[in-house]
Design a protein around this ligand. Structure first.
Ligand code: PGA
Length: 256
């Protein structure tokens, strides 16, 4: 297969350190040794949980990566409340979500911020999971693909093909996040195909064919198979269903 699926759990602002250790341990206990041959798995807890989660996984030698949910683009300095790429790298973070719609809508994150973060992450050797997605108003306008592809171009501006090999794009229609309302597999596929065409414009078709595009937005055990069956959907970015070990493990199994 050209692309190895990636299942990413976005815990959002859930789980204290104690709770994170329990959840990570449950995931680890149910994770089979040979799964990493077929699927990459990452959990993205809040910052304070990253190191404890990583420690559990390392102790068990479970090949589940940890990822952050945000990062600042500057290497260090007077940026109260922010976390740098080097801080994430040192504790073994392999991925970082950027441009999640909740950050864009609630915390004023712009395409330019997302672009700076992507540059900093790539320079630091952490794979960015770049989130894009349209609002219901944009979808109803019939311009979802245009809107999402413009977000992809803006996020990846100035990145050359040589640096793009670990980039992951997550298509998350805002109207499907945490609402129980999933995009139909056909709707999701249409946008993911448009994203891949944009990646081909930016980096060439050969590289674009190897980059992973995830779907996110109320992914669950009931809809995962039909979503993963789409040719341009290579995994999931999962919120609610990643907060229980059993449902997250079921989603990982769907990738096998
Ligand atoms: P959800 O969240 O699975 O709870 O819809 C997905 C996300 O926002 O990453």
């Amino acid at each position: 297969m050209l692309r190895k699926p990636l299942m990413a759990g976005n815990w959002k602002m859930n789980n204290t350190v104690g709770e994170a250790v329990v959840l990570t341990q449950e995931i680890s206990n149910n994770f089979e040794r040979d799964w990493p041959d077929h699927v990459d798995v990452v959990v993205c807890p809040p910052f304070v949980d990253l190191k404890p989660a990583k420690t559990v996984l390392e102790f068990d030698r479970t090949k589940v990566a940890v990822g952050a949910q945000n990062v600042h683009w500057e290497p260090a300095g007077a940026y109260t409340g922010e976390i740098s790429v080097a801080m994430l790298k040192e504790i073994g973070c392999e991925y970082c979500i950027v441009g999640h719609s909740e950050r864009r809508t609630m915390f004023g994150e712009t395409n330019e911020h997302v672009n700076r973060k992507v540059h900093a992450l790539i320079e630091g050797g952490i794979a960015p999971i770049v989130c894009v997605g349209e609002s219901l108003a944009v979808r109803d306008d019939g311009t979802a693909e245009e809107f999402v592809c413009a977000q992809v171009r803006a996020a990846l501006a100035g990145i050359d093909a040589g640096a793009a090999k670990d980039v992951v794009v997550a298509y998350e229609p805002i109207w499907a996040i945490g609402t129980g309302r999933t995009a139909t597999p056909e709707q999701a596929q249409a946008v993911c195909a448009a994203i891949r065409a944009t990646l081909a414009e930016l980096f060439g078709a050969e590289l674009a064919d190897t980059l992973r595009i995830l779907y996110g937005g109320s992914m669950n055990v009931g809809n995962v198979d039909s979503l993963l069956a789409q040719p341009d959907i290579d995994g999931g970015l999962v919120g609610g269903a990643s907060l229980k070990a059993s449902s997250f493990i079921d989603l990982v199994k769907a990738c096998l």
